[in-house]
Design a protein around this ligand. Structure first.
Ligand code: PMP
Length: 365
């Protein structure tokens, strides 16, 4: 770590251990690096949202805590309103969960590899991070997680399912075993759950130490606005809310979210399309010589190449941006040479396959 200029004001030591979060941007490329939906919301729905936004006072603070949106999310999940907490994207809620439960000498247990933002939030809270490696095929090692919960008695257990960047899930039985292993708050981050078959919400009725974290950035196609929410026990949510800045859900996000939850089924076709494309792409990429694709329950695939860096560059020079997940310092060895590829439009996926097939063939010859 570089030594800081001693004339600068003092900061917390943890901050120096956190690398700022950065993602490559590429305005004119086929963008398959951030697990967004490639398909915009229907134009009529966009216009309706904009018309409502135009009739709103922008000089006034947004409603806090977003009562109408909370009502609609509660209704669509068939829970009471006090079992829903909305945030500025699920990232904000991850920070609130970390900051309200963790502190120095307290522990978070999480799998590795997994979603890096959680480790950033836990580091910011000053906590100890205990990682439990996924198995070789990136499936969850439930036994090891149960042992870690018993041994470390963590304040927080983080289970992204489907996991990012692997696409693998933990099933209900696995989650229940972890819930029963201790008193820790167990956060299942369900950012991609609509693309999988696993449904965990019925567990909420039996386990007060479970919360489900959701986002509107993926299947709901609203990553450009910022909406996430937590489902869980009302008293747990009331405590987590205290770690959240007020008014963080702006007027635009509230209106758009309300309209989306007013259109049940709006995500169904898009999810079906994505899952169909994912399976088509998985089979095709997996058949390329020397490439391994891991089964995914999400809107992306993780693939291991003989030389991930070169494949990344070959794709980039063909105008296709994917995520090189194995390169950042400190990433687990299991991700070496791996690329994470978001499922794009059919034409984009076709272009990707072409470049990959050409590259792998050339390499062979
Ligand atoms: N959790 C996981 C597992 C994710 O992959 C992401 C987005 N990449 C998020 C949370 C954050 O989503 P949001 O846009 O709601 O902040």
């Amino acid at each position: 770590m570089p030594k800081r200029d001693s004339s600068l004001p003092p900061f917390r030591r943890e901050i120096e251990r956190i690398a700022p979060y950065r993602v490559a941007t590429a305005p004119h490329l086929i963008k398959l690096n951030q697990n967004e939906s490639p398909i915009e919301l229907p134009a009529r729905l966009r216009r309706k949202i904009l018309t409502r936004l135009d009739r709103t006072d922008w000089s006034r603070y947004p409603d806090y805590p977003a009562e109408e949106l909370t009502r609609r999310i509660a209704r669509s999940n068939r829970v009471a309103m006090n079992r829903v907490l909305i945030g500025h994207g699920s990232n904000e809620l991850l920070y609130s969960l970390a900051l309200t439960t963790l502190e120095r000498r307290k522990t978070i247990v999480m799998p590795t590899p997994s979603y890096p933002v959680t480790a950033l939030a836990a580091t910011l809270a000053g906590a100890t991070i205990r990682t439990v490696p996924l198995l070789d095929d990136f499936s969850y090692d439930v036994g090891a997680l149960v042992r870690a919960v018993r041994e470390y008695e963590p304040r927080l257990v983080f289970l992204p399912s489907p996991n990012n960047p692997t696409g693998t899930s933990i099933d209900r039985i696995g989650v229940e075993r972890i819930l029963q292993a201790g008193r820790s708050l167990v956060v299942v981050d369900e950012a991609y759950f609509q693309y999988s078959r696993i449904r965990l919400s019925s567990l909420l009725r039996r386990h007060d130490n479970l919360v489900l974290l959701r986002t509107l950035s993926k299947a709901f196609r609203l990553a450009g606005l910022r909406i996430g929410y937590i489902l869980g026990h009302s008293e747990v949510l009331s405590l987590v809310e205290r770690g959240k800045p007020p008014h963080s859900i702006d007027i635009f996000s509230q209106i758009a979210g309300e309209e989306l939850f007013d259109h049940p089924g709006i995500i169904d076709r898009e999810v079906e399309r994505t899952v169909r494309e994912r399976e088509r792409l998985r089979i095709r990429i997996d058949s390329l010589p020397g490439v391994r694709v891991f089964p995914s329950d999400a809107n992306f695939l993780l693939a291991r190449f003989p030389d991930g860096r070169r494949v990344y560059e070959a794709l980039l020079s063909a105008g296709i941006l994917v995520r090189p997940v194995g390169q950042a310092p400190g990433t687990p060895r299991s991700l070496r040479n791996c690329l994470r590829i978001t499922i794009g439009k059919r034409s984009e996926n076709r272009a990707l396959l072409h470049v990959l097939a050409d590259y792998m063939m050339e390499r062979r010859n």
